[in-house]
Design a protein around this ligand. Structure first.
Ligand SMILES: [Zn+2]
Length: 135
């Protein structure tokens, strides 16, 4: 039975500030530009979570959609929505760039036992980050 994937779309709004403790103030300003503003800024993130597996001949489904929704809402949407990502413990010591956020989301969803294939995070209209692991 071939694998089929299901991608589900979620949305949340979060604030962040891009500032690295490994860089000087001048380097932070140069590297991150206006995203280094001490007051932070926000994004309306769109998250695409792809899960997959063989299609169950009894149900015709490749994934448990209600379980996916529960895991993403509890693990990501309710946890991140209307929060400052810099203050959340999973970003402690990390710069919450799109590259980092997408990996944190993967870890949180993988810990929930989802059959993850890919996580894509749309940060702006033009910036999309994707994380996947070889199976
Ligand atoms: Zn930003």
């Amino acid at each position: 039975m071939p694998d089929v994937t299901l991608t589900r779309v979620y949305r949340f709004a979060s604030a962040h500030r891009l500032h690295s403790p490994h860089l000087s103030a001048a380097e932070n300003a140069r590297v991150y530009g206006k995203c280094n503003n001490p007051n932070g800024h926000g994004h309306n993130y769109t998250l695409e979570v792809t899960v997959g597996g063989p299609v169950d001949p009894a149900t015709g489904f490749c994934a448990d959609l209600p379980a996916l929704d529960r895991a993403v809402h509890a693990g990501v949407v309710e946890h991140f929505d209307h929060h400052d990502l810099n203050t959340l413990p999973e970003f402690n010591g990390l710069v919450p760039t799109g590259e980092v956020i997408v990996q944190v989301i993967w870890k949180r969803l993988a810990a929930a036992g989802l059959p993850l294939r890919a996580v894509r995070l749309h940060e702006t209209r033009d910036n999309v980050f994707e994380y996947r692991e070889e199976r």
